[in-house]
Design a protein around this ligand. Structure first.
Ligand SMILES: *Cc1c(COP(=O)(O)O)cnc(C)c1O
Length: 387
């Protein structure tokens, strides 16, 4: 006798609420990107998809302003791309100097440590940036294979100037590794002109796509070091040599070795997101983010709020706002969410002390910033805020 199997759960249909995502990421993707991601699937070795992979790599080279062939979206979120860079560039025993301006700098140090490196750090209080002279002192005391830093530290809003850091590393024969997860696509970054050796970002902040991929770029100089490794990296999934056999080593050959099944729909998404960026023009996009940021800061000041980050280290894409004493930051945030708008709270040492407001990708538009400001004022007043 057969019994009818009854499921033990009821699964309601998907119905995500409408949100304006003004936190530290994800940001709302451009509708064209979401449409691209729902296009029909092809196989991951289909000639059409192989062609699309080449196009996506070319588009990312534009976004990074680099000629390096070794520019591709890693199948992971931003953290995975940075992990891939550290695991491939560092061998056990290598020296690494890591700049820590907040939570994400600490993470870079953790990644380098797990790659087996001998890690030395320069750490500064929240909101501050690292003085390259401090890095130089460490490199003079003992050489290192690489210097790693976060361009824009999302937890504090502090933006580390790229050029002086690259100059110091170069003087001492070290590679530079940069986390540009919150900055790529939203403010000036030109990898080749700046001489950065490896950089990693994500799709869900200023590039305007959902989370899921980690666009990275690796310079020829850094790839030489990867090829000269004495031992294979302790990661198979993120091994650059294997990944580039799948993504194509020269771009000239269409021959690809199966490595893993690329997240095809996500690649559709980044392809469209990068196409949008090239269409808009990087300079115009950077200016749009700057303008939206200025609108935001004027509005915040009018509401009686100040930015936490010193003016000299600020960047447009992530705005860290000091929460005045006596105002319950979490209650304001939940009121805002009830109005359909998300912003971020503080992390680590800044928990309970700041809000984090992203002006990223498709959301870097004055109308969206105005809507955010109107709702923030209402939520804060409801919690008793009187400037
Ligand atoms: C968001 C963020 C990350 C982590 O990226 P995921 O895509 O969440 O893995 C890393 N570094 C910085 C600076 C970030 O803002």
């Amino acid at each position: 006798m057969t019994q009818t199997y009854m499921p033990h759960v009821t699964i309601p249909p998907l119905d995500p609420p409408e949100r304006l995502l003004m936190g530290p990421g994800p940001s709302n993707p451009d509708p064209r990107v979401l449409a691209a991601m729902s296009k029909r699937l092809v196989g991951h070795l289909d000639p059409y998809f192989v062609e699309l992979m080449d196009q996506a790599m070319g588009a990312l080279r534009e976004v990074y302003r680099t000629a390096s062939h070794h520019t591709l979206p890693i199948s992971a979120t931003g953290s995975g791309g940075l992990e891939a860079i550290m695991m491939n560039l560092l061998e056990p025993g290598d020296g690494a100097v890591v700049c820590i301006t907040g939570y994400f700098g600490q993470r870079l140090a953790e990644l380098a440590t797990r790659a087996g490196a001998d890690v030395r750090v320069v750490e500064v209080p929240p909101g501050e940036i690292v003085d390259p002279a401090e890095v130089e002192r460490l490199l003079e005391a003992k050489p290192a294979k690489l210097v790693a830093f976060v361009h824009l530290e999302t937890t504090t809003g502090a933006c580390q100037p790229i050029e002086p850091m690259v100059a110091v590393a170069r003087r001492h024969g070290a590679l530079t590794v940069m986390d540009c997860v919150t900055s790529l696509g939203g403010m000036p970054i030109e990898i080749d002109a700046l001489g950065v050796d490896a950089a990693g970002s994500c799709t869900q902040k200023c590039l305007g796509a959902p989370p899921g991929l980690a666009p990275i770029t690796v310079s020829p100089r850094a790839m030489e070091r990867v090829k000269a490794r004495k031992q294979k990296p302790h990661t198979w999934y993120f091994d650059f040599q294997l990944l580039f056999q799948y993504w194509g080593e020269t771009g000239a050959t269409k021959k690809r070795a199966f490595h893993h099944t690329a997240p095809i729909s996500s690649i559709y998404g980044i392809h469209e997101a990068a196409r949008l960026i090239v269409e808009e023009g990087l300079e115009a996009r950077w200016a749009r983010h700057q303008e939206a940021h200025e609108t935001l800061v004027r509005g915040l000041n009018a509401l009686g709020f100040q930015l936490f980050t010193p003016a000299s280290h600020r960047a447009p894409t992530i705005n860290v706002v000091s929460v005045p004493a006596g105002l319950d930051e979490a209650k304001v945030r939940s009121r805002l969410l009830e109005m359909g708008i998300e912003m971020g709270g503080g992390l680590g040492a800044l928990t309970g002390k700041v809000w984090r407001v992203g002006v990223m990708g498709h959301n870097a538009q004055p109308e969206r910033v105005d809507r955010f400001l109107g709702a923030l004022g209402e939520a804060a007043r409801a919690e008793g805020w009187r400037p």
